[in-house]
Structures are given as C-alpha cells and as structure tokens.
Ligand binder design. Structure first.
Ligand SMILES: NC(=O)c1ccc[n+]([C@@H]2O[C@H](COP(=O)([O-])OP(=O)(O)OC[C@H]3O[C@@H](n4cnc5c(N)ncnc54)[C@H](OP(=O)(O)O)[C@@H]3O)[C@@H](O)[C@H]2O)c1
Length: 182
C-alpha cells in the first residue's frame, strides 16, 4: 500500500491522478473530505485528519510499505515532517519519497531550504530507503501573477537579474509516481 500526503494540493493532487490512472492502489491522508471527493471517485482510499495527529498518522500508515511526504511551507513544516518520518519508520514503511527543494543544501542561510535540508538529514538517518525530489520554482506559481499580467502586463518577482529554470508540477508528480512504482 502507498500512502500519499498533500493529495488536495498542486503536486499531490497530480500524483493522485497519475497513480489512479495507472490503477495503483493507494491511500491518501487528507484534512477535508469534501475537497478530496474526486480522489474517492478515482478509487483512492481516504483517511481524514491532520498530519499533526499521532493517532491519525498511525491509522494512515497501517500496512503501508511506501509513503509520499508533501507539506506546504509553514512554521510547523519541519516538526510535522520529522514526526511523519518517525511514525512511518515505526510503522514499518520501507521507502519514503519526500518533496524537498533544489536549494536544500548544507549551510544555506535561507529558511525554507534549510528546513528541507534538516528534514532530509532526518530521513537519511531513519533507516528507511528514501528519494528526495528536489524541484526548482513551480511553473504553476505563475498563476498567482494572473492579476498583474492582466493589469500591468507583467510578472513581478524578487529575482533581480537572476534566471531560473522552472519545473511543471505535473512532471514532478510523474517523477514521484516513478519513485514509488518503478
Ligand atoms: N512552489 C514552488 O515553487 C516549490 C519549489 C520547490 C519545492 N517546493 C516545495 O513543495 C512543497 C509544497 O508542495 P505543493 O505546492 O504541491 O503543496 P500545496 O499545493 O500547498 O498543497 C499542500 C497540501 O498539504 C496538505 N496539508 C497542509 N497541512 C496539512 C496538515 N497539517 N495535515 C495534512 N495535510 C496537510 C494540504 O491540504 P489542504 O487542502 O487541507 O490544505 C494540501 O493538500 C513545499 O514543501 C515546498 O517547499 C515548492
């Protein structure tokens, strides 16, 4: 059994769609059953609850051999992800795939990449086998510029003269699906 988190989000939603299209049996841990209705329609089993709830985690991880960890950036992300890794290891999960970041390197002074790096180290020390998915800026982020494209014909980002290679979250999802099925 594969456990997917973040299944109502950008990347996890696409992972769910691609797993269902392949006929892969999977379970999703979601907070909002209504938001996850389309997942049930595609045959995905749901466990409803928050990732911070240990009892829910234990229920979601029952019989799981591969897990996919996706959470949004927040002050709680590092704690929640480390708790998830510990619970997965305790439940006997063999392989964990973590959505991380291309910038997750040692000695970074940027808080989100530093958090991802700390979680990666925790996962590496867990005894489970692992895959770190490390994308760059999602193309889907550009949708949030729809307003300024319409009103000012521009995209405004704090990039200076920097250049970036973007990732489509559908491609990231395909890589995650390959990591748990290939
Ligand atoms: N955006 C980028 O350019 C970029 C680039 C590289 C890496 N990343 C990394 O990608 C990750 C975010 O991925 P995403 O954009 O696909 O996420 P997203 O669209 O923000 O979706 C987050 C998912 O996590 C769920 N969730 C949040 N808190 C939860 C909790 N306490 N318990 C259970 N589920 C919870 C949300 O559920 P609800 O629907 O209930 O809220 C949602 O399904 C971050 O770690 C970020 O650092 C992003």
């Amino acid at each position: 059994m594969i456990l997917l988190t973040g299944a109502t989000g950008k990347t996890g939603g696409e992972v769910a769609r691609q797993l269902a299209a392949k006929g892969v049996i999977c379970r999703a841990l979601v907070r909002d059953a209504e938001k996850a209705a389309s997942l049930t329609d595609s045959g995905i089993e749901l466990v409803i609850g928050d990732m911070g709830d240990q009892a829910i985690l234990a229920e979601a991880l029952l019989g799981v051999d591969k897990a996919i960890l996706i959470l949004p950036n927040s002050a709680k992300q590092e704690t929640l992800e480390k708790q998830f890794i510990d619970a997965a290891s305790k439940a006997g999960v063999a392989h964990l795939v973590k959505l991380s970041s291309m910038e997750a390197v040692a000695n970074t002074d940027s808080p989100i990449p530093a958090m991802h790096y700390a979680v990666e180290q925790h996962l590496k020390g867990s005894g489970m086998s692992w895959t770190m998915i490390r994308p760059n800026f999602f193309m889907q982020n550009l949708l949030s510029s729809a307003g300024t494209i319409k009103d000012k014909q521009g995209i405004f980002l704090p990039l200076g003269n920097g250049k970036t290679g973007m990732s489509d979250s559908r491609d990231i999802a395909a890589l995650i699906v390959e990591a748990v099925t290939g």
